[in-house]
Write a protein that binds this ligand. Structure first.
Ligand SMILES: [Zn+2]
Length: 94
């Protein structure tokens, strides 16, 4: 059985790993600009948009840049401060 390469998976996957299943917005830019690590040591990569949503929804986590994307961490923090912790629920509840 052939195993798809990481690059192929990024092409096939509709959204980044940080995208929540109930939140339907598309990724913004590259899909692995940051790595988010929660308080239990679980980690995932994500685009700026979904990383900000995930960061806003977690009680305690850290964000690390992928190589060449140091500025994206600041953007994730900035956006997360302006988000509801679960913005997709606000949309569906209205
Ligand atoms: Zn994304």
């Amino acid at each position: 059985m052939n195993t798809p390469s990481a690059a192929a998976l990024l092409t096939l996957a509709p959204r980044c790993a940080a995208a929540h299943s109930e939140e339907r917005s598309p990724c913004e830019g590259p899909r692995a600009v940051v790595r988010i690590v929660d308080q239990n040591g679980n980690e995932t990569t994500g685009c700026v948009h979904h990383a900000a949503v995930l960061y806003a929804s977690l009680a305690c986590c850290r964000v690390y840049p992928s190589p060449g994307h140091a500025g994206d961490v600041t953007e994730v923090y900035r956006r997360a401060q302006m988000l509801d912790s679960r913005p997709w629920r606000a949309v569906t509840a209205a």
